[in-house]
Design a protein around this ligand. Structure first.
Ligand code: GAR
Length: 190
């Protein structure tokens, strides 16, 4: 069974999909804790509703990475709660070597594109601007790069004529909510 430490900065719909898959018996895991770098993030509200430990982590003075004291605190919190796998679910900071080394090969991320295409921010907009006919989502192990590392699974979605960033992202999100629990279950099964 996986003991998941889920990290997110925003809505937490992927966290919710993971929590629902566990409740439905489709994912052999437990949520050890949910950590956010954004105090008011809805992911923490969702976590409280599920009865999972919901922890705000102040990442100052850094704006775009998890490093220094905050990184050390994150490692401590995860260990305290018995977390052994980190699932990044819309966590909008770069993970640095301290956490990467402490959880080597045990940090997973989801990204709204068919990586290696369109890493970074606004992957939906990038896909529309590039004029591709197909995009999707990727669940992958995290290495030192931005949205890079060995791929666990991908799901495709079409880019339709007239798509806006919003309509496309909605379609991608639906697939993400299937892909993330599936990928984690694959890891649970070894
Ligand atoms: C998801 O679309 C996820 O793929 C993306 O943030 C969103 C979080 O949504 N992550 C990245 O772009 C990572 N580079 P959620 O908070 O509703 O799960």
């Amino acid at each position: 069974m996986l003991n998941l430490a889920v990290f997110g900065s925003g809505s937490g719909s992927n966290y919710q999909a993971i929590a629902e898959a566990i409740a439905a018996g489709r994912l052999n895991a437990r949520v050890a804790c949910v950590i956010s770098d954004v105090k008011e993030a809805y992911i923490l509200e969702r976590a409280r509703k599920f009865g999972h430990p919901a922890i705000y982590l102040d990442c100052a003075p850094f704006k775009t990475k998890l490093d220094g004291e905050a990184e050390a605190r994150a490692i401590e919190i995860i260990k305290q709660h018995g977390g052994d796998i980190i699932a990044l679910a819309g966590f909008m900071r770069i993970v640095k070597s301290g956490l990467l080394n402490a959880f080597a090969g045990r940090i997973i991320n989801i990204h709204p594109s068919l990586l290696p295409a369109f890493p970074g921010l606004e992957a939906g907009r990038q896909a529309i601007e590039a004029g591709v006919k197909e995009t999707g989502c990727t669940v992958h192990f995290v290495d030192g790069g931005i949205d890079s590392g060995p791929i666990i699974c991908q799901r495709k979605v079409p880019v339709l004529p007239g798509d806006t960033e919003e309509t496309l992202m909605n379609r991608i999100h639906e697939q993400e909510h299937l892909a993330y629990p599936e990928a984690l279950q694959k890891i649970a099964e070894g």
